[in-house]
Ligand binder design. Structure first.
Ligand SMILES: [Zn+2]
Length: 307
């Protein structure tokens, strides 16, 4: 793993996903019954925590939540070769879910990320995204029949007699782009998004549409949102963003001209910033995006690349 890949939150999980075991329901059942297996309980996208640390249940507590879970998914094998499962307790009240897990509260992993190690944040986000998908995919979109989990919780199968379609977890890719100005001095394009707090600027981003490559999406989004034609696309890195189903794909690109024209809907304003201007903003207490975001990473790495 390269150093710049390790810094992005929600990636680099410590689990061996052990995908080969998903097709072996007897083995999965045996691992679920093993008192050494680890269970990570969730309630409606939130992990259950004790003293702000996500609980990891084993033994009787694990068996107890497995018995009342709406859904269980096999996440993989930990460093110590114990199996790790995510369980969804969303069918219970929040208080009942917290109590069943012997926890203290239900908290979104994004609220904890500064206090979790990267690997722990990654596995919590993985579990959150997978369980969220199960709750959204209870029925078949083709025939309307109910679906049931298979494959250790990594596929759902339609129960419709003439259908039987297999449904896989959905990931929604988005591109996020640090656009540089043509010529000197080095400047990057940041925008104020509708709904963002006053004075908050970030890089430009948008969802990839059907029938588009990532590069097509970069060119279209930059043109639509900011009226900028971009060239020299360079891939920077990607970030799992399962909140609920994103995959952020980061690029740098160069604008053909300095002219900017925002759409006034998604973007209220876009302008060029030098590195010194960004450093002054940081010094004045205005952070560059959420600390766990690829937006932050794109800006920090751009700052680090220049004098
Ligand atoms: Zn169906």
């Amino acid at each position: 793993m390269r150093a710049d890949e390790a810094v992005l939150a929600y990636g680099g999980g410590w689990l061996d996903r052990a995908g080969e075991l998903r097709a072996d329901p007897e083995r999965i059942a045996a691992l679920m019954a093993d008192p050494g297996s680890v269970v990570l309980p969730f309630w409606r996208d939130r992990c259950l925590v004790a003293d702000d640390v996500p609980v990891r249940l084993t033994g009787d507590l694990a068996a107890g939540v497995l018995a009342v879970a709406d859904e269980t998914a096999f996440l993989g094998m930990g460093d110590d070769r114990s199996a790790v499962f995510a369980v969804d307790l969303s069918g219970l009240s929040e208080a009942a879910a917290v109590e069943a897990a012997g926890a203290g509260a239900a908290v979104d992993v994004r609220a904890l990320v500064g206090r979790l190690g990267p690997a722990e944040a990654a596995v919590q986000a993985y579990a959150r995204g997978l369980l969220h998908w199960h709750r959204q995919q209870r029925f078949c979109g083709a025939c309307g029949a109910s679906t049931v989990a298979r494959g250790g919780g990594h596929v759902r199968s339609c129960t419709g007699a003439d259908c039987g379609r297999l449904l896989f977890p959905r990931i929604e890719p988005a591109v996020i782009v640090l656009v540089e100005a043509p010529g000197a001095p080095d400047r990057c394009l940041l925008a104020r998004h509708a709904g963002a707090r006053e004075g908050a600027y970030s890089t430009l981003a948008g969802f990839v549409e059907v029938g588009e490559s990532l590069e097509d999406a970069v060119r279209r989004e930059m043109a639509e949102e900011a009226g900028v034609t971009v060239t020299d696309l360079t891939y920077v890195g990607s970030q799992a963003w399962p909140f609920p189903a994103g995959l952020m794909v980061g690029f740098r690109a160069t604008a053909a001209s300095e002219e900017v024209r925002v759409d006034g809907e998604e973007l209220l304003e876009a302008r060029w910033f030098t590195r010194d201007e960004l450093r002054e903003r940081v010094a004045a207490g205005r952070p560059l995006g959420r600390v766990d975001s690829i937006d932050h990473h794109l800006l920090q790495s751009w700052l680090a690349a220049g004098a």
